[in-house]
Design a protein around this ligand. Structure first.
Ligand code: NAP
Length: 679
């Protein structure tokens, strides 16, 4: 094929490779397939991001941005075959590309959905509950977050050119921050094709995304405290970049996802013949061969009870022997080449280090079969399995990441020893534990939790639906302490927060209501004279309140409710027993009776804009209600969120008080309310 000229996208225009552009070779054939690299005006790129992209993104609400992401994911999904075709050159089998391409698009979909379900349809994100900072509630606290006003610089690793780009772009754009993407050069032809689709979709505002094919020049020296660097790659590059004095001096946020000596532990209960043993072997082999082991989450250390160690080795070897290596375009090939010859050299160097402490029990890089391609010109390696006889005394096997199809088996005597071996990785992205014994799981998590960003526990009960040791999921955090970089990505809204500033707002209730767009108890309320259930979604105002009549609760009510529902708990039925209870003065009304009477007090029965009561949250009963007490209700519009084309969700702050104006219960009621033109 003719070599592709990979273009950067800087300040709104495409820039062709310059005279010093680097050639990129196909992993399968070794022929040059692309050229990348050009001098760019990095300051103009940053200005464009901050002044054009950032302004445009911040003008949108979280829901606007979430809808944009959904449209983008759909657009990419319709064009993904082009990316699958290009990924063959990077050595990816169809299964490998699925993780990268469909995994990346799926991640964007998840952020789109979380953005609409878990974030407000406004510009300020409310983080947690109101904090009462004063006796009378006139001075309160509320954490909120607003988007950073700079740019996000995404520096990505070579192994997942699509997923690696999209898993960072989705939370960044949802936060309202523009991004400058710099993929690893060796697979940048796949990233560039995907990025080009993003621009051509026209879905994102100008300046929201830019792309660097090649190096970053002095970009990092131009960052401000409003910018973020989100880096994925090796520990060595991370250390070099994060210790840039300019970045340190200006406290520029630096998120690092770097290498990791991930471990998988076979529980002491999981003897050969159990479903757990087979599962452990299957996951270990999959992690060695998927993406030719070039996954940051791949299992590098296979930790098994000494009694089962030789069975584990035999079972893994048997499966590896059946793994067909070759041209990833062939249907029967299970493992393609590594991404580049440079990667092969790097892995072989690391293998030599591992070999000083462990013997190779499978895979010889000097002699292995390759199907449909030339082993000399392509970046091929066989899966290589090592066994370390003394993992406690060893050190290199716990600190050397061969970023390829390489893993080391090590035996343990006790579970504590297994955990301590797993922790010797110095901080990892993921540890897996294959056990059917809940006590083993509890004890291992207590011992290992502090050293691993994710712990994947699997067994016969969950394996049918489990997602795999090596799959970071957009719902869950991805990252790890120490060696793994100390960073965190994804994890739903948690991942969006990396691109926002959390602010502790202190002030009076009216101020907090205005800032958050959400009714804060104690702030001004309005009564329109019209029952709020008669008002459409648009007509309802934040703070609009209905105050009901009061209703006395009689002993007959309590007994009727008890007999009707079957809830004859002694606190409602037995005066002596109720009195003996430290919470009650005598027989009291059921909490659910109060809720039912509350609904009876505030509901307006005729058909109208309120379509359904879909739940309540945060219910708390604060004072018992005795026969003869009277309750009334205040129902206040707390927050409104558009949900579909025809209705939106209204959250109501509900307070039940007694005849002395004491609060007896509070909760948040959720209803679905029709829009004006559909009522
Ligand atoms: P790398 O060599 O460290 O490169 C990572 C990125 O940094 C590439 O985009 C690279 O660009 C860029 N880079 C290198 N020097 C730079 C500089 N001076 N200024 C700006 N950018 C620079 O890592 P890799 O070989 O691509 O990836 C393999 C490593 O990544 C493995 O160690 C793996 O464990 C780790 N990884 C971690 C995760 C995770 O989520 N934790 C995921 C995937 C991979 P060029 O390609 O242009 O040099």
């Amino acid at each position: 094929m003719t070599a592709l000229s990979l273009e950067s996208f800087a300040a709104g225009r495409w820039v062709r490779p310059g005279p010093d552009a680097r050639s990129i070779a196909s992993a399968v054939t070794g022929e040059d397939i692309a050229r990348a690299g050009s001098a760019l005006d990095y300051q103009a790129m940053l200005d464009h991001a901050r002044d054009v992209g950032g302004q445009a993104l911040r003008a949108l609400t979280f829901h606007d941005r979430a809808r944009m992401l959904k449209a983008l994911a759909g657009y990419l999904g319709e064009r993904k075959q082009t990316l699958y075709d290009l990924s063959l050159h990077a050595g990816c089998t169809k299964a490998d590309s699925w993780i990268d391409i469909d995994g990346g698009i799926g991640t964007v979909f998840v952020f789109a959905s979380k953005g609409r379900r878990e974030m407000p349809d406004s510009h300020v994100y409310v983080d947690g509950d109101v904090e009462l900072l004063s006796r009378n509630g006139t001075f309160l606290g509320q954490h909120v977050a607003t988007p950073l006003q700079g740019a996000a610089i995404h520096i990505n690793a070579f192994n997942f050119p699509v997923w690696g780009m999209l898993e960072k772009l989705a939370p960044t754009l949802l936060a309202g921050v523009p991004a400058i993407v710099k993929p690893a050069t060796s697979t940048s032809y796949v990233a560039e094709a995907c990025f080009r689709m993003i621009v051509e979709s026209g879905i994102l505002p100008d300046g929201a995304v830019q792309f660097i094919a090649g190096g970053t020049g002095d970009l990092l020296d131009r960052l401000t405290p409003q910018d973020v660097v989100s880096f994925t790659g090796s520990a060595a590059t991370a250390l070099m970049l994060r210790s840039n004095p300019h970045i340190l001096r200006h406290s520029v946020r630096f998120i690092a996802e770097q290498d990791s000596l991930n471990a998988s532990i076979l529980g002491p209960d999981a003897a050969p013949g159990t479903p757990e043993f087979d599962l452990f072997v299957k996951e270990a082999v999959r992690e060695m061969t998927a993406k030719a082991g070039q996954k940051c989450t791949a299992i590098r250390r296979i930790i098994a009870p000494k009694a089962f160690e030789s069975d584990v080795i035999d079972a893994i070897r048997a499966k590896l022997a059946k793994t067909v290596i070759g041209d990833p375009a062939l249907e029967n090939v299970r493992m393609g080449p590594l991404a580049s010859m440079a990667q092969v050299r790097d892995v072989l160097e690391k293998v030599a280090v591992i070999a000083t402490e462990a013997e190779c029990v499978h895979g010889d890089p000097a002699s292995f079969a390759v199907e449909g391609a030339d082993a000399e010109t392509g970046a091929f390696l066989p899966p290589m399995l090592f066994r370390c006889a003394d993992p406690v005394g060893a050190s290199a096997i716990h600190g050397t990441e061969a970023f390829g199809p390489v893993s080391t088996v090590m035996g343990y005597d006790t579970l504590d020893e297994a955990v301590s071996l797993a922790n010797r990785g110095g901080g990892s992205l993921v540890m897996s534990l294959i056990t059917h014994d809940p006590e083993v799981a509890r004890s291992a998590v207590l011992g290992a939790g502090a050293w691993h960003g994710r712990i994947y526990v699997n067994n016969r009960d969950s394996m049918g639906e489990s997602t795999g040791h090596g799959s970071p999921l957009p719902h869950m955090t991805h990252g790890g302490p120490g060696r793994a970089g100390g960073g965190e990505e994804m994890g739903g809204v948690r991942g969006v927060m990396h691109y926002m500033q959390r602010i502790a707002i202190q002030g009076g209730p009216d101020m907090l209501t205005a800032i958050t767009g959400m009714y804060v108890p104690g702030s001004k309320t309005v009564e329109t004279g019209v029952h709020p259930f008669r008002r459409t979604f648009e007509e309802l105002d934040i703070g609009e309140t209905l105050r009901t009549q009061s209703r006395e609760i009689t002993l007959e009510d309590i007994e009727h409710f008890a007999n009707f529902t079957g809830d004859t708990f002694y606190a409602h039925m037995d005066e002596e027993a109720a009195k003996a209870n430290p919470f009650f003065p005598g027989r009291v009304a059921h909490g659910y009776l109060l809720l039912s009477f509350a609904a009876g007090l505030f509901v307006d029965p005729a058909p109208g804009p309120v379509l359904a009561n879909v739940g309540l949250e945060g219910l708390s009963f604060q004072k018992p209600v005795s026969p003869g007490d009277a309750i009334r209700v205040a129902l206040t519009v707390k927050r409104k969120t558009k949900r579909t084309d025809t209705y939106g969700e209204v959250r109501w702050h509900v307070v039940l008080t007694n005849q002395d104006d004491e609060t007896v219960a509070t909760y948040e009621l959720h209803t679905m309310n029709a829009y004006r033109d559909v009522t």
